[in-house]
Design a protein around this ligand. Sequence first.
Ligand code: SAM
Ligand code: SF4
Length: 499
Amino acid sequence: MNAKDWAAAVIKQDEIDKYLVGGKDFIDEGKIYEELEKQKNPDKQQVRDILQKSLDIKILTPAETALLLNVEDPELLQEMRETALQVKRKVYDNRIVFFAPLYLSNVCVNSCKYCGFRAENKEEKRHVLSMDEVRAETAAVIDEGHKRMIAVYGEHPLSGADYIADSISTIYSVKRTTPTGNGFNNIRRVNVNAAPMEIADLKKLWRVGIGTYQVFQETYNHERYAELHPANTVKGNYRWRLYALHRAMDAGIDDVAMGALFGLYDWKFEVMGLLYHALDLERQFGIGPHTVSFPRMQPAPGSFLSEHSPYLVSDEATRRLVTVLRLAIPYSGLIVTCREEAGLKRELIHLGCTQTDASSKLGIGAYSQKLKQEDNPDKVQFMLGDQHSLDEEVKLLAEDGMITSFCTAGYRCGRTGDKIMNLLEKGVEGKFCKLNAVLTFREYLNDYASPETRAVGEKLIEQELREIENTPFFTDKKLLPTFRSYYERIARGERDLYM
Ligand code: SAM
Ligand code: SF4
């Protein structure tokens, strides 16, 4: 089938209609603008009451979120930032999860005006990785010390659901001996960022063990969406995309990740859109998003809009939107990526982000060929702001008291979907995460850390071990003996032990 016919066959209208209420989707522009208007000039007590609700790890209402978005008082903004960090510590402790993005294909049938992969960008050299190439790229990512990956695909028949499923299996199959010769390392969780699919295709991904399925709505504003995504393309169908995660839930994938591409439209509107999305997932499936992303648009090869959009978001607005997202959907992970320049990225981590990437390469085939983005601008989607290596990032964060976690245990122990939501809300998952963070950090320090990173890391791990020994939860739940034995076994060379 050629690309045009294929695109025409992708959208299944009944897999949109079943989620609508009275023929309407959950984004009502009029209502959002009204809420943002109504909640201007919030008073201190109102804001403090809302902050207490966030601290109780309860999702906020649209009115409460609109109110926080309108806070301008520097003192209140500071209180919000402090509470955001408290929320993060309550749910996720002081850990940060690292992953590596892997771009598998840059062929695309769509024409998103902000993306280097769009079909009419003739400068872009197109390629779909063969399974041998996927193995080589995966090996190079593993050799950096990574254990989690997000696989990214353009939308095209050459990289449809069967290809995605094959590539996930291929990534899981690669095992590498660690540089010290102590055991092996592998990718233990493959998340996917790919176009919206029908339920039958999503089931294929579920069967091969997809981690989180991530789709960004780009902009939640119907009209702006239509301007950016031509109507004759698959992506031109706003609702097909809006319900991508609903279909994933119906396919059995209960870890779903949402996001908006900030810079396409008013940032306050997009935060409200993300909240409505989370609320609708909760309403229809009882589970909110596993993570929320807020990528900021970066310059993309050949895209005028990517550099001149009237809605580009300033650093200060980014700090504010991250703070509000942390408070509004307190149980979700928040992902900040290497799109951001290193200094700001670190600040955002301290405002409540829980996941980030490092050593990232966006060029197709760039990991195994050790290419820098300047070496292959014709194969990247956009330019990165932060090109630190994983080792450098781990050290920088450890110096700030944050422990790097490569933990993938939650997913492999069945702590996903509604089960993990419950545990996150009660602060229990954070406790397991602490144990697994220490176990996987031990692996990393032994296998991959430079002497400088190791020196900083050893101090941090000692501190963490003391904290674990002194936390009643671990003693009460009788977790300590198993943890201690796993820690010692890992220190002796065993790998991939988790709780
Ligand atoms: N093709 C699939 C899709 O559109 O859903 C998945 C891959 S696409 C490469 C992943 C994401 O990259 C998009 O959802 C979009 O938010 C983001 N993106 C596109 N252009 C960007 C740019 N110029 N700067 C930052 N992020 C961008
Ligand atoms: Fe294609 Fe996704 Fe880029 Fe749009 S954002 S052009 S769908 S790769």
